[in-house]
Design a protein around this ligand. Structure first.
Ligand SMILES: [Zn+2]
Length: 255
């Protein structure tokens, strides 16, 4: 799970924003290790147990639909013959990330993809899905507001792409059982959380797991996160994992 690709001004931004150079290093590392991105439909079928995926498959997602995905990530991906799935805030297309203004210490706003850029990317094989209408914490909304954010954004995507999307990413990753039920009722078949871990066939479809890629993650850290299925990609975490596996194989108790 990536958010913005571009330059960052402070530590808060570096948490969610990867520089173009670093993004390219990440993708080239994944490519060289034999990882290959799959489409979101293939991924959903695999989770549902109706399709197989080659080993090394991963799903590449971008939340929020920042312009940097078009400007910086897209050229790197296209060179590799890769695409990605992007979750759009459907009432802010072509505008800015107003929801983060109060969270960002420098109150800086960033441009979001516009309709022309989205149309071009659809033609190149990128897919676009819902990140709600206004990027609100869905768990705080009334039932009526919740329906407006979930069903409304599905309709917005349908207006934009001439087909509705069955996939949602929860804004801020925030969800509870009421939000999950509302997403199901609004016609989604799967929703992406920000909880880390490996997905498996049979994974709860309204709580799909994702690994968080921070702007401070080197390609090495990302590689370890991918190997461990964890948001902790330190060398120590990898060492503990390796020691644990060796001890398990030797029949020694180590956890
Ligand atoms: Zn978001």
């Amino acid at each position: 799970m990536y958010h913005r690709v571009g330059d960052s001004e402070n530590d808060w931004e570096r948490r969610y924003c990867v520089t173009p150079k670093r993004f390219a290093q990440h993708m080239h590392m994944l490519h060289s290790k034999g990882y290959r991105p799959c489409g979101i439909e293939q991924f959903a079928q695999w989770v549902g147990g109706t399709a197989a995926l080659p080993s090394g498959s991963f799903l590449l997602t971008f939340d929020d639909g920042f312009e940097g995905v078009y400007e910086h990530a897209r050229p790197v991906l296209l060179k590799l013959g890769w695409t990605a799935s992007v979750f759009l805030v459907t009432q802010l297309i072509g505008q800015e990330d107003v929801w983060d203004e109060l969270n960002n210490p420098s109150s800086r706003r960033h441009r979001l993809l516009d309709r022309m850029q989205i149309a071009e990317m659809v033609g190149e094989g990128f897919s676009f899905h819902s990140h709600s209408r206004h990027h609100l914490d869905l768990t705080t909304l009334s039932d009526a507001q919740l329906e407006e954010e979930l069903l409304g954004s599905r309709r917005d995507i349908e207006d934009l792409l001439e087909r509705p999307t069955p996939y949602l990413a929860y804004p801020f990753g925030r969800h509870d059982s009421r939000v999950q039920k509302a997403a199901h009722a609004a016609g989604y078949v799967a929703a992406f959380s920000t909880k880390p871990g490996f997905n498996r066939p049979g994974q709860e479809r309204f709580s799909i797991l994702r690994l968080d890629v921070a702007g401070t993650d080197s390609a090495g850290v990302l590689g370890r996160k991918m190997a461990l299925g964890s948001n902790i990609g330190s060398i120590g975490a990898m060492a503990r994992y390796t020691i644990g596996r060796v001890c398990h194989r030797l029949g020694l108790g180590y956890s």
